[in-house]
Design a protein around this ligand. Structure first.
Ligand code: 6R9
Length: 635
């Protein structure tokens, strides 16, 4: 029996039991059979969640790009590895074969080397969804540099914070980017960010929009001439299994983003294995994940997971609404997409539009539909199932996180019977637990609690860059010997999991994780603002939208409220990015606080959601009078 490709439910249970009974043996077998190693490991796993320290395949030597590219060359050299679909449907799609990818990655790797980038150096990648983005990740991995991709929708300020946190020496960017009918001055954003980044020595610029940009002498260079001159082959650096592969920032409960560190071997094994099974990928299938590589979904399931399987993976530069709301389905028809992976927020946005946008296109190639990023509500699930899957393509609702590196709870299509809004069963090797407030595990079914994972899986993040204490405090201190996810979940009568949402200070807006703290910090920097608190409230497209409660300073009291609202959102846009803008801003005389001075967000959430019939326990509230005042003036 091959454990690599699960084909029916009984087999899932069998393989699952095996993976839990003997995780080392199980993952060792997968690693042996499906990857190329320069040297095998001395030890499959050592771990201690109290430190925390987790090592998979210790002693092994490899290069992930040999697994994602080189080993496919003899059999798949002429197969399309990356299929690039540009923003403008009239611009021709590009088919990049595995052989061409090899050459382009090698050239880019050599360019990085010429710029002085060595193994272990950090490289910041701030690029739109163009082939050079995937190529840059792989080029870093080729030479053992650690990539830190920053989503190209983040502001200059957010970019600078991330560059400095991990001391990046080089930034890869483009002159600009296209998003629907707009073009964005990416290079201008980089220039602004770099005013505060003394450690950056060079900037390589990809030409995309041909816009007029400034090139700083001695720092900035166009990358294309360098690529043309570079040697087309590059020997892969031999890496240790636990060498960092990349850093990717995610929001946390303080103002500082957390640079999650993923290492090489475990990440490769797990993303490849989950990709194969969760999408039931077969040779010659065309796979499309609509995420941006700036997020973990793009890292794991546009680049590494698919390429490790020799798949054809689509990179889409555009947006679902351009040139009209039929774009996704036009692309599905055009490239005969077999597996389609998107976010609930996109589904909800498209479900609002006329069905003609869907029905114009032939979607018969689709075999598997995926969802990721936030809970998928029942209505969106049915719309996706009825209109896109035509009730015969299973929907996999995949729950996972930047920190987990790969999918954790997901149906296996054609194997696990699906239920709307349920992520269903743990993936092979994943051992979830639900915990109560006292720190005890809640056993049995038809229960709910805080979702933890009891045992390490190969792609768990190993630390937070430069702050191991924070890694321990955030994920391993709430419950002894458990990884705490920050999510709540329920387990139903048959053992299926349903994720009920964050139980911490993270709010998911349009599938993007936003921490309340950095947004509040940014609001509080406005000269008229004394203090603020933000919460999420239900929104029919974004899932959640942001509601801000703002206390003004005396000097702000006389200001025009509408102007203040605009200025506050402008400030957030500049410091974080437009994704963090507030939908509603209520000016309040005070915030409900506990005696220990903590803002009672639970109450603010209820007011924002217009659900004030029962505010719950308010006995620890220091200032109950302010609650009534806020309720009376709620927006
Ligand atoms: C992959 C990714 C992680 C958080 C996670 C949870 C939410 C993701 C979900 C889901 C319900 C799903 N989330 N997938 N909630 N159902 N299928 O999104 O990583 O950006 O780090 O977000 O997203 O709250 O904790 P990341």
């Amino acid at each position: 029996m091959s454990n690599y490709h699960i084909k029916h439910l009984e087999e899932y249970y069998q393989v699952y039991r095996k993976s839990v009974r003997n995780p080392e043996g199980f993952w060792e077998e997968i690693a042996e059979e499906h990857f190329v190693w320069r040297k095998k490991w001395d030890n499959v796993l050592s771990w201690d969640f109290s430190k925390p320290e987790i090592k998979w395949f210790e002693g092994a030597k490899l290069n992930i790009t040999e697994n994602c590219i080189d080993r496919h060359l003899p059999t798949r050299g002429e197969k399309t590895a990356i299929l690039f679909e540009p923003n403008d449907p009239n611009e021709e799609a590009q088919h990049i074969t595995y052989r061409q990818l090899h050459e382009r990655v090698c050239r880019m790797a050599n360019v990085l080397k010429e710029q002085g980038i060595k193994k272990g150096d950090r490289v910041c990648i701030y690029l739109p969804m163009i082939p050079e983005l995937a190529i840059s990740l792989l080029a870093c991995a080729r030479i053992g540099a650690i990539h830190s991709v920053v989503f190209a929708g983040f502001s200059a300020n957010a970019l600078a914070t991330r560059i400095n946190d991990s001391d990046c020496k080089l930034v890869l960017t483009s002159d600009g980017s296209y998003r629907g009918g707009k073009s964005i001055d990416l290079k201008g954003i980089v220039d602004k960010a770099l005013e505060d980044c003394p450690g950056v020595e060079s900037v390589l610029v990809v030409k995309r929009t041909n816009s007029d940009i400034e090139m700083k002498e001695g720092r900035d260079q166009w990358v294309q001439p360098l690529l043309n001159d570079a040697y087309a082959d590059c020997v892969a650096e031999i890496m240790d299994a636990e060498d960092p592969l990349f850093i990717l920032y995610t929001s946390g409960s303080t103002g500082k983003p957390k640079g999650m560190v993923h290492t090489t071997a475990g990440y490769m094994v797990y993303t490849a294995y989950t990709f194969k099974n969760a999408f039931q990928y077969r040779e010659n299938d065309v796979y499309w994940c609509t995420a941006d590589i700036g997020w973990i979904t793009g890292h794991s399931y546009i680049v590494y997971g698919p390429l490790a399987n020799g798949a054809t993976t689509i990179m889409f530069e555009g947006v679902p609404s351009y040139p009209d709301y039929g774009r996704f389905w036009e692309v599905v028809e055009k490239h005969k997409v077999n597996q389609f992976y998107t976010a609930p927020t996109a589904i909800r946005a498209l479900a609002k539009e006329n069905l003609d946008f869907v029905e114009k296109y032939d979607l018969s190639s689709l075999k598997v539909l995926g969802s990721v990023g936030e809970p998928i509500n029942e209505e969106a699930w049915h719309w996706y199932n009825n209109n896109i899957g035509k009730k015969h393509s299973p929907i996999i609702d995949t729950w996972w996180q930047t920190e987990t590196g790969g999918m954790m709870i997901t149906p296996i299509p054609y194997v696990t019977p699906t239920t709307p809004t349920y992520a269903t069963l743990p993936f092979i090797g994943v051992q979830p637990a639900l915990m109560d407030d006292e720190g005890k595990e809640i056993k049995g079914n038809q229960v709910s609690g805080r979702l933890c994972i009891k045992f390490p899986w190969p792609s768990i993040a190993r630390t937070i860059w430069g702050d191991h204490d924070r890694y321990r405090d955030t994920y391993f201190s709430a419950y002894k010997d458990m990884y705490f996810t920050g999510d709540g979940a329920l387990r139903d009568a048959v053992g299926y999991y349903r994720i009920t949402g964050r139980v911490d200070d993270v709010i998911i807006v349009s599938g993007h994780n936003l921490g309340t703290a950095p947004i509040e910090d940014s609001i509080n920097e406005h000269p008229a603002v004394a203090e603020s608190a933000i919460v999420g409230f239900p929104h029919d497209v974004k899932g959640n939208a942001l509601y801000g409660y703002v206390i003004l300073k005396e000097t702000g009291e006389s200001r025009d409220r509408e102007n203040l609202r605009k200025e506050i959102n402008q400030q957030i846009t500049e410091q974080i990015g437009p994704i963090a803008k507030l939908d509603k801003i209520q000016f309040v005389p005070g915030l409900p606080k506990t005696r220990s001075g903590k803002i009672m967000r639970r109450i603010l959430r209820k007011i924002a959601s217009k659900d004030t019939s029962n505010l719950g326990d308010t006995s620890t509230l220091l200032n109950p009078e302010v609650v009534k005042e806020i309720m009376d003036n709620a927006l």
